[in-house]
Design a protein around this ligand. Sequence first.
Ligand SMILES: *Cc1c(COP(=O)(O)O)cnc(C)c1O
Length: 379
Amino acid sequence: MNNGMKVEFSRHNIGMEEKEAVFACLDSIFLTTGSVVSQFEKEFARYLNLKYAVGLNSCTAALHLALLALGIKKGDEIITTPLTFIATPNAILYTGAKPVFVDVEKGTGLLDHNKIAKAITKKTKAILPVHLYGQMCDMKAIKKICGKKKISIIEDAAHCIEGRRDGVAPGELGDIACFSFYATKNITCGEGGAIATNREDLADQIKCLRTHGMSKSAADRYVGRYQHWDMEALGWKYNMSNIDASLLLNQLQKIEHFLKRREEICSQYEQAFRSHPGIKLLDIYRQSRSARHLFTILVDPKKRDEILWKLQEKNIGVAVNYRALHLLSYYRSEFGFKRGMFPMAEYVGDATISLPLYPKLDNREVEYVIKSVKEAVKS
Ligand SMILES: *Cc1c(COP(=O)(O)O)cnc(C)c1O
């Protein structure tokens, strides 16, 4: 019935160049954080047109250290969205601060900046917008809200390296942006992350905090005469290795090329689903470039799970990004959240289905996904 077709939800795009770079790294003396990481940091910052980047082992680590570097601590409140991966509010909890959810826009699923002002209290120290699915939040509006009140901005840009909005890049108006190189992200080394910022003080602190707060990194200690190191602050073990950076340097070279193919696939999906009964699509802002990380459709919430299963039966990999986080057991019991508190996030969370979207997807596979989705929605 499906001609043996199997369409994975995600497939990485590690090519020969990446493999050769990893071999070269393995033949070198230095596997941990060293010159390859420094080179990646330089090129990643240059791609974003920001001054500094720091390589880490995940975006979760990036969010945690970004919050710490901005002085976030117990008792503080951080405004964020309930429609994101759990890493976002969990990183807030690691610092002892409290995540304060603000509902999303129905049309885009992005944090609704018009609802931020009402959630601000004396304890609000930062806002953590998430550039969901690759589309940036309205950073100009968010900056305007925060500017007067001395509220920091940390951007969760795990979905959005390539995105821009109103000419603004991730990390440009915020104090710091956090990125992921997890296996399914737009560029990957399996597990990895980074921060990027124009603030030297934040970059310096995070470099120190990523290896236990040690005053000298392994690379510093390797060159020249032995020197004692000191511990200046309580840090974590969140550094990126040269092996990861070898992969990422080559992935970064291809980032625009990858995006172009995902854009083609998105326009095929959009054409097929735009006015199809039973399917709704999210809005994309005109004055923006989406990083096109995930392609989602919205269906009748009562039928969503059944449609998911039908697509799986047709050997199509699907996902849900994301069910509204305030409804997960831990957040319900810890904070007393209930259904009805963030209705737009709940609606998207109950209606959304993510379809396969990656450069290796060929046109035959895209057509098979389209046909199967239409069948699954109809029945
Ligand atoms: C993937 C993801 C993260 C976490 O990234 P890791 O590198 O896996 O820690 C954080 N936020 C969002 C929105 C993500 O999609």
